[in-house]
Design a protein around this ligand. Structure first.
Ligand code: FES
Length: 89
């Protein structure tokens, strides 16, 4: 079954408030898609608009599991490693 990574790509340029896109989430989503393809994982990346945790973004969530707040490539590599291990069965 395809797992889903939900990535907030919300951008609030006029509000003066933090947003995941201002913190690089769109680049992280693109990077995740490349990594998932390289690893041949059955994982999809879904771009969503706001989890309500804007001040601790970028926010990423494995659907049905925990959030990754202040997401970085390093943190998401660990998530992908877990997904790789679980897909190996
Ligand atoms: S802008 Fe990403 S959680 Fe609100």
């Amino acid at each position: 079954m395809t797992k889903e990574l939900l990535v907030c790509v919300n951008f609030r340029p006029f509000s003066g408030q933090p947003s995941c896109a201002l913190r690089g989430s769109r680049e992280l989503a693109d990077w995740l898609e490349r990594e998932i393809e390289c690893r041949s994982l059955d994982v999809s990346v879904e771009r969503i608009v706001c989890f309500g945790h804007c001040s601790i973004g970028p926010n990423v969530k494995v659907k049905g599991s925990d959030f990754v707040h202040e997401a970085t490539r390093e943190k998401l590599t660990a998530v992908l490693d877990d997904l790789t291990a679980s897909s190996a069965g």
